[in-house]
Design a protein around this ligand. Structure first.
Ligand code: SF4
Length: 506
């Protein structure tokens, strides 16, 4: 049964009367005190409670308020509960009496799980969005920005030995078999000399043999399709070859932790790696309010999910956002095509892959109407054949004659092939050509530098509100973390740019 706050209940303690000097009216806590009930309403959480059974409990608006304050102050569940009990600012922000004792931290854990199970993880964020839409601060016509940043996963990365051992233990809960080394696995990391290659190889053979025994036992039973058994099968196939040795190199989409199977190896740059997920963040260009967030795999392309990032806002904005501006990662031909199909214009630069010492495709003039390609030396070819791109789609490959290229003074800069230079067109080449043309316009040149505004917002989310580190396991919970942080960030922003929006109607 839901317990609602009694708004007429007089507080045992009024900080404004006793210690007004302690209050900063511009602070996050004072704004929460004054306007928190505008976006944290008990009735929004009614689906989490039985309408007529259960004991009276804690009003959900208080728990939701703690989750927002937690993201604002970037504290753990334990610290949040301590603050709720002892920090005057938190009591003031949530309009709680001085002697409010708080609750157990498991309440936060259960509340978050219930939010996700009921699909209510966006409530506080969406409530603030609705206020901004009603005040005409946000609309589908506004230009939005998008950017990604890495999130470090909450679980520890495991090596192949740890992955197999942990997956065996997980799968054994579903299968009736007792591998020879079961007790050793339960004790933790094997007690061998890890510097010794032979001992490592011997241990691996034991592990793989036991893993195969577990998988064989699962065959022809219902356990075969259980997630834990599937995980063991996936780990073996991604890390172990036919000779029961560790595969050299990294398998595509490799699982790196049995505790968070959604974490992936990702790259911040060509030389810097991370382990975890990526945050997708969209922002309104003018108001700088966050309009949506998502969590995509750490190894996904930065444009992944950018269409959904926009279309998810449709109901709240009262229409689909018309324009998205992002860096070159959003300007790939495929993303342009996907966006166009969704009715969203993309403003982004086509990435220039040219370098001073090597010609690239962008140094060749491609004339699709005339069906010809001109090389940097001024030679024209109209000869082409067909090949397949990385998505197995049919694309044209234009070829320059071997004799011409082999005698060309630019050859070293142009091609290593002795068979003549080949230029492969993109499946959406026409879109790339148009984008290259558009980015030369004065309008584009004036607007595009404003894209960097979102980098400040991403930095605020990552560094000020702790989104660089996932607090919880899995992408769904990490997205909840981002939504709560985004609600805190937008609440601050609305208080700054349009405080009148936060005043309750009437
Ligand atoms: S190597 Fe061939 S394609 Fe390249 S610039 Fe010379 S002639 Fe043109």
């Amino acid at each position: 049964m839901i317990t609602k706050r009694n708004s007429t209940q007089s507080l045992f303690f009024d900080l404004e009367c006793i210690a007004p000097d302690l209050l900063n009216n511009d602070s996050f806590y004072s704004r929460m005190h004054a306007y928190g009930d505008v976006f944290l309403k008990d009735e929004d959480y009614a689906p989490l409670y039985s309408p007529d059974t259960g004991r009276p409990g804690i009003p959900p608006s208080i728990i939701a308020g703690v989750l927002i304050l937690q993201r604002n102050d970037e504290v753990s569940d334990y610290e949040a509960i301590e603050k709720l009990k002892y920090d005057l600012r938190w009591k003031y922000a949530l309009n709680l009496p001085l002697d409010y004792e708080g609750f157990d931290r498991t309440v936060l854990v259960k509340f978050r799980s219930k939010l996700i199970a009921a699909g209510l993880e966006r409530v506080s964020f969406d409530n603030l969005m609705k206020l901004a839409v009603e005040a005409k601060i946000l609309s589908p016509e506004n230009i939005q920005l998008a950017d990604t940043s890495h999130i470090l996963g909450a679980a520890a990365v495991q090596d192949t030995y740890q992955l197999i051992r942990s997956a065996i233990l997980g799968a054994l809960k579903q299968v009736d078999v007792k591998p020879a080394n079961l007790e050793k696995y339960r004790e933790g990391k094997a007690d061998i000399d890890w510097e010794d290659r032979c001992q490592r190889a011997g241990h691996l053979k034991e592990l793989v043999a036991d893993a195969r025994e577990v998988l064989n036992a699962a065959e022809d039973t219902e356990a075969k399709d259980h997630e834990a058994v599937k995980l063991l099968r996936d780990i073996l196939s991604q890390d172990i070859n036919d000779k029961d040795e560790i595969i050299k190199g990294t398998a595509k989409d490799r699982i790196i932790s049995t505790n968070d199977t959604e974490m992936r190896h990702g790259r911040k740059s060509s030389s810097k790696r991370f382990d975890g997920h990526k945050a997708q963040i969209a922002e309104d260009l003018e108001s700088e309010l966050i309009t949506n967030v998502d969590v995509i795999p750490g190894n996904a392309h930065d444009s992944t999910g950018s269409v959904e990032l926009m279309t998810e806002q449709e109901d709240i904005l009262g229409g689909r956002p018309r324009t998205l501006m992002g860096d070159g990662a959003y300007g790939t031909a495929d993303n342009r095509a996907d966006m166009e199909e969704a009715g969203i214009e993309i403003i982004s630069k086509v990435r220039d892959d040219s370098s001073p010492d090597k010609y690239s495709k962008s140094d060749f003039k491609i004339n699709l109407e005339q069906n010809e390609v001109t090389c940097p030396a001024g030679h024209i070819t109209t000869k082409y054949s067909y090949g397949k791109d990385n998505k197995k789609r049919r694309v044209r490959i234009y070829k320059f004659k071997a004799g011409l290229c082999n005698e060309c003074p630019h050859k070293d800069k142009c091609t290593k092939s002795g068979k003549g230079k080949a230029i492969t067109l993109n499946y959406h080449e026409a879109k790339l050509q148009k984008a290259r043309q558009d980015q030369q316009s004065d309008e584009f040149k004036a607007l595009y530098p404003r894209r960097s505004t979102i980098e400040r917002k991403v930095a605020e989310m990552m560094h000020r509100h702790g989104c660089r580190q996932a607090r919880w396991i899995g992408r769904v919970k990490t997205k909840l973390q981002l939504l709560l942080a985004a609600a805190a960030v937008n609440f601050k922003r609305l208080g700054k740019i349009a405080p009148q929006v936060l005043v309750p109607a009437g």
